[in-house]
Write a protein that binds this ligand. Structure first.
Ligand code: URA
Length: 435
């Protein structure tokens, strides 16, 4: 078998066999198939798709490329969450401490930024000292003792996904339904989850731009979850505008801390309460959404969710004084408030443009090996549906380079579309699938 023939077969719209998929994945992980060949194959998959059978085989091949974590004896039920990627999506930072404070231990392995979307690991690394490379023994120990873990994908779990994810990020091959489904589900299955809550983002700032595609992705992931014996639920949530106000690594950590302390933007808080309630249901801590939501609200109100975040940061070597005093996070050199050029109702705040501008400022990567700048990004002050007066603050740019600042300012200004007539606010959730 030759890698080239497998690439050609996909290029020519043919269906790959299980054997071919296994050969390709194993060869990639062993370093016998080069990055450029895998990149070409990923582009062929993006353009020509994969059948559900191929996608399931790809997922299982990626799971079997490494170990499978067994959390029996560590937790009574292993619940995991994952987002399909968005702009300003700092949900994990708030939801994990919330559910852990409600008595549901949760350990999660997260990823880095992908394309225009941010990554939880990049955000958490804004906290000096915070370790994202726990090994599986450390993961289990911390989960048992502290009830909360948030780390990077352990290198020995689904290593094929780790390698492919990094390649896709820089080769324009992220927004493929089979590649996203296999990437997410291989990680979740390998990490030992019994029940998985998937936050499937839909809209301009998501990899799934239409509700139809988001439903297809959800159905595929639920099907893979069923086959692997994992309860899977998909919440289809809006990503036409950034979630919350902050976009950029440390800016998002600060907003998550604020939310855990009972403040934060309304949309972000609502989103987190809903996701938390679902996690508490699949984790058998709540019988229904209303109870789950009330438990989550209480964990914020009584300070226990914030305290869990402190425990998490401390357990993973982070400097907790930044959590206690977010003013300590280094500020970008240039902080500019941009005012609204006119009055009107906001009809659009294009999340993709804001995400791309944030990557251009340095919050994400153009190449696999690029470092990220934790201080840069944006705070958008208004949501779609808001009435805005000319001259009032529209957004704030945080930049470390003046030329990039000017470009990013223009891009984010253009991302704000005004209407003379009232514009309806966007829904937070569009649909739900599974379980
Ligand atoms: N999140 C993932 O883990 N993988 C993808 O491919 C996209 C989003």
């Amino acid at each position: 078998m030759r890698a080239t023939d497998i690439i050609i077969k996909k290029r020519d719209h043919e269906e790959l066999t299980e054997e071919e998929i296994n050969f390709f994945v194993q060869g990639f992980v062993k370093g016998e198939i080069a990055d450029y060949q895998v990149s070409a194959w990923a582009m062929a998959v993006l353009l020509n798709g994969m059948t559900p059978r191929e996608t399931t085989d790809l997922t299982l091949a990626m799971v079997l490329s490494g170990r499978i974590l067994d959390l029996t004896g560590v937790v009574d039920i292993a619940v995991d969450k994952h987002s399909s990627g968005g702009v300003g999506d700092k949900t994990t930072l708030a939801v994990l401490p919330i559910v852990a404070a409600c008595g549901l231990p949760v350990g999660k392995m997260s990823g880095r930024g992908l394309g225009f979307s941010g990554g939880t690991l990049d955000k958490m690394e804004s906290i000096p000292g915070y370790r994202v490379n726990l090994n599986t023994d450390e993961f289990k120990k911390q989960l048992k003792e502290k009830g909360i873990v948030l780390t990077g994908q352990s290198l020995d779990l689904a290593p094929a996904d780790g390698k492919l994810y990094a390649l896709r990020d820089v080769t324009g091959t992220v927004p493929s339904i089979p590649l996203i489904a296999s990437s997410i589900m291989s990680k979740k299955i390998a990490a030992g989850a019994n029940a998985i809550v998937l936050d499937v983002k839909v809209g301009k700032g998501a990899f799934m731009e239409t509700l139809d595609d988001a439903r297809k992705l959800s159905d595929l992931m639920i099907q893979i979850g069923d086959l692997a014996g994992r309860q899977t639920i998909c919440l289809l949530s809006d990503m036409n505008q950034p979630l919350g106000h902050a976009v950029g690594n440390s800016l998002e950590v600060i907003e998550a801390i604020d939310t855990l302390k009972g403040g934060g933007p309304n949309d972000f808080r609502e989103h987190c309460l809903h996701v938390s309630a679902h996690m508490l249901i699949v984790g058998k801590r709540a019988n229904d959404l209303d109870t789950g939501r009330k438990m989550a609200e209480k964990a914020i109100a009584d300070g226990s969710a914030f305290e869990k975040f402190r425990v998490l940061v401390q357990a993973q070597g982070g400097d907790v004084s930044y959590v206690d005093d977010p003013d300590k996070f280094p500020r970008a050199k240039f902080v500019e408030v941009v005012n609204a050029p006119r009055s009107g109702w906001l009809a659009e705040v294009d999340a993709r443009s804001v995400g791309e501008a944030s990557v251009s400022l340095g919050a994400g990567r153009a190449q696999k090996s690029d470092p990220v700048d934790h201080a840069v990004g944006f705070v958008v002050h208004h949501k779609v549906g808001d009435k805005v007066e000319a001259g009032e603050p529209l957004f704030t740019v945080h930049a470390n380079d003046e030329a990039k600042q000017a470009e990013a300012r223009a891009q984010v200004l253009a991302a704000h579309v005004f209407s003379d007539a009232p514009a309806p606010p966007l829904l937070l959730f569009y649909d739900q699938k599974g379980a």
